[in-house]
Design a protein around this ligand. Structure first.
Ligand code: BMA
Length: 327
């Protein structure tokens, strides 16, 4: 049994939270949440927000800000709508985008959840400007979600992290492709921990992996089912740069979870769910954009250096039988 871990306030909520709500939208929207995030070449922060309408279906809408905090310019209408005629897997909407800039392509890859009768699946679209999108269709069949591409090839192959639902569990997997169309070499990467842990029942990638000198920093969400519903909180792991299947460190404790009113109460209570993060000009400050209670968008900031230090002090390489880092 490992000793209790040190509590740290690794992410600080922005005092202006929530930074975006449906009331800010230029057209009718029920809720706005779970945004993908990136910084454009000129430094502008772009959020690709999930917007749910009153049918209960979601589409994506871009919001841009010079400082990533306020002064958001929101597209006048939906930026990316479901296209069920061409893509029946999008019949009930598109959700939870995660954005990766891929220098080799000179394009942003947006991995999102396409939702239909068959359940959630992973779809991919490429874009240069978040105005025109080149849809690649489903890349992982249902049930699968929480996906993001790595920004560069690993041993000659594109790599996608995703979260298939398998028998009784939902763990993070990695798959590889030579061309973004054909996918294979599927490997279990990080398992839900089972038992009495904060990340016992389901885990999934939060923002896309962050490349650091020490390895790929992973922020993931963990779900614990309780008598009064699910709790969504965040944990950290560090993966080897040239072989992200190898987990170097995984923290036993969660580092961020629902505490404030806007995280505790909403359409789905007790949810803090980031799909995107950006790095500030100092190359250390991380801005984590998250959906709060499936209702609005909030921001918390942290320091990559502090997150790595916390993992050094509190992470462990784990053992397969414990569902730890090497599991
Ligand atoms: C997950 C996803 C997210 C959502 C979360 C909490 O399974 O569907 O879109 O924010 O549940 O409801």
């Amino acid at each position: 049994m490992s000793s209790p871990q040190q509590f740290a306030n690794l992410f600080r909520r922005h005092p202006g939270n929530p930074i975006l709500t449906a009331a800010d939208w230029p057209y009718p929207a029920h809720t706005v949440f779970n945004p993908g995030a990136t910084r454009l070449a000129d430094g502008t922060t772009l959020l690709l927000c999930r917007v749910e309408d009153r049918r209960g279906h979601s589409h994506l809408c871009a919001a841009r800000s010079a400082n990533g905090v306020d002064g958001w310019r929101i597209d006048d209408g939906p930026t990316l709508l479901p296209q069920p005629d061409l893509h029946p897997e999008e019949l009930w909407g598109i959700e939870d985008p995660r954005i990766t800039f891929v220098p080799e392509l000179g394009k942003y890859a947006v991995a999102y959840t396409a939702f239909s009768h068959d359940g959630p699946g992973v779809a991919l679209a490429l874009t240069e400007d978040f105005r025109q999108f080149d849809r690649q269709g489903l890349v992982m069949q249902p049930d699968d979600k929480d996906a993001a591409l790595l920004p560069r090839r690993i041993e000659g192959h594109f790599a996608l992290l995703h979260r298939p639902t398998t028998q009784n569990t939902a763990d993070i997997w990695i798959s590889y492709s030579p061309d973004l169309h054909n996918w294979g070499h599927h490997k279990l990467m990080l398992p839900a921990r089972k038992g009495a842990w904060w990340d016992a029942n389901k885990i999934g990638l939060s923002s896309p992996l962050i490349e650091t000198e020490r390895g790929w920093l992973m922020i993931y969400h963990g779900v614990r089912r309780t008598a009064s519903g699910a709790l969504y909180r965040l944990g950290l792991a560090l993966l080897e740069l040239d072989n992200p299947e190898r987990c170097l460190l995984r923290g036993d404790s969660w580092v961020f979870g629902p505490e404030t009113t806007y995280e505790r109460h909403g359409d789905v209570s007790n949810v803090a769910f980031p799909c995107g993060a950006t790095i500030a000009d100092d190359r250390d400050t991380i801005r984590l954009y998250y959906g709060a209670a499936d209702t609005c968008i909030a921001l918390a900031t942290g320091s990559i250096r502090e997150l790595l230090r916390w993992l050094d002090d509190n992470g462990n390489p784990g053992r397969p039988s414990m569902g730890g880092a090497d599991g």
